[in-house]
Design a protein around this ligand. Structure first.
Ligand code: GTP
Length: 352
């Protein structure tokens, strides 16, 4: 059994962050996002994985290489033009064996993957889809099932409220009998949700659902990307972070934190960061690596990428800062700010 990770989208909703770092490798606390998925796949003993890539593939390859450093075998199926979620799996077919796990490359979850695979095999289904309950199902693809868990129909982002007959949505995780990929046209743009699964149903194949009621989030918007960090810091999604516990948060051993710095619970200060006396970090602040926070600066509920500097007495709240951003002295970033790589906010600027 092998896995395909769909990692070829442009991640437009996470721009400008994804202009320089493709969504599959944006840092999530202390590691590139897809490392979390590799960890989950390892729990199902899947160590051979195909990354299906189209957007900035060389940046993803630069992070993961052939997987040896992580004890995995990683292959790349590169699309010259994006082939959509189905065409991307088809494009990876030559690397696969009889059973394939497919993952959307922007989903963080603690789904019990070994149990899903077991259920798939025991049921004799051609495909098993993981579904998950969400508060606003209309924004997603709905999947209707009967009482036995057999999938009856798919409804894409319904506009008519009477069509919303379930709160569970497609979680972007599938187990497939690889032989079913014969249904997909090679080399053509094709949606796994809108074309491939409906085609399986039309053919009369058994498609089953597995409902996951644990943690699940897709990191595709700034709000959700920030939420994932809060969830990890608050242990709603447990991750063993690189570093040591300190003042209710985590700090890497190479971070230089002045004894006069104020650290307020639930934070992550990554390798090479420098926190000066009188700087205030937390709660819910993530400084991924090499970030400087100067005296009097205050950063909370935010994610700040590598090499950024927060100058004296600035305020950063509810914001996402790409790599090497500079926030000037006494500047103030209000919740919702998303700054691309190397943005310079001049002294005393404010976003509200
Ligand atoms: P937005 O532009 O913000 O909608 O993000 P996205 O481009 O990632 O699209 P979306 O969130 O709908 O994609 C879901 C998953 O499928 C993501 O992991 C994408 O990387 C992946 N994906 C989407 N389209 C393609 C494609 O054409 N090829 C490949 N290989 N993956 C894709």
């Amino acid at each position: 059994m092998k896995a395909v990770i769909l990692a070829g989208g442009e991640g437009t909703r996470l721009r400008p962050l994804t202009l320089s770092v493709p969504k599959p490798v944006v840092p999530v606390v202390d590691r590139p996002f897809l490392r979390h998925q590799l960890d989950l796949l390892a729990r199902a003993s899947i160590s051979e994985i195909v990354f299906s890539v189209a957007y900035q593939p060389e940046r993803i390859q630069a992070v993961f290489g052939d997987g040896t450093a992580l004890g995995r075998r990683i292959h790349y199926a590169v699309e010259e033009t994006p082939l959509g979620t189905g065409g991307a799996v088809k494009n990876a077919e030559r690397h696969l064996d009889e059973t394939t796990v497919v993952f959307n490359g922007d989903v963080l979850t603690d789904v019990d993957l070994p149990a899903v695979v077991r259920a798939h095999r025991e049921s004799g289904a051609k495909a098993t889809l993981v579904l998950t309950p969400v508060p606003n199902p209309a924004a997603y693809g709905l999947v209707e099932t009967d009482a036995s868990g057999r999938v009856k129909s798919f409804i894409e982002k319904p506009s008519d409220p009477s069509q919303i007959t379930t709160d569970t949505v497609n979680a972007g995780i599938y187990v497939l009998d690889t032989s079913t990929l014969a249904l997909m046209p090679p080399g053509q743009n094709h949606s796994i949700e809108r074309a491939f699964f409906p085609a399986l149903l039309r053919r009369g194949d058994l498609v089953r659902a597995w409902v996951h009621r644990g943690y699940w989030i897709d990191i595709g918007t700034p709000e959700k990307y920030l939420q994932v960090h809060r969830d990890i810091l608050q242990a709603r999604f447990p991750v063993h972070l690189e570093g040591e516990p300190r003042n209710g948060g985590w700090a890497h051993s190479t971070a230089r934190i002045d004894a006069g710095a104020e650290l307020e619970g639930r934070f992550y200060v990554g390798p090479g960061c420098r926190i000066d006396a009188g700087a205030h970090v937390g709660p819910d602040a993530v400084l991924t690596a090499g970030v400087t926070v100067a005296t009097g600066a205050w950063v909370r509920d935010s994610v700040v990428w590598e090499g950024s500097t927060l100058a004296e007495s600035c305020r950063v709240d509810g914001s996402l800062l790409g790599a090497r951003v500079h926030v000037g002295r006494h500047a103030c970033l209000a919740p919702g700010a998303v700054l691309g790589e190397a943005t310079v906010i001049s002294d005393h600027s404010r976003t509200r």
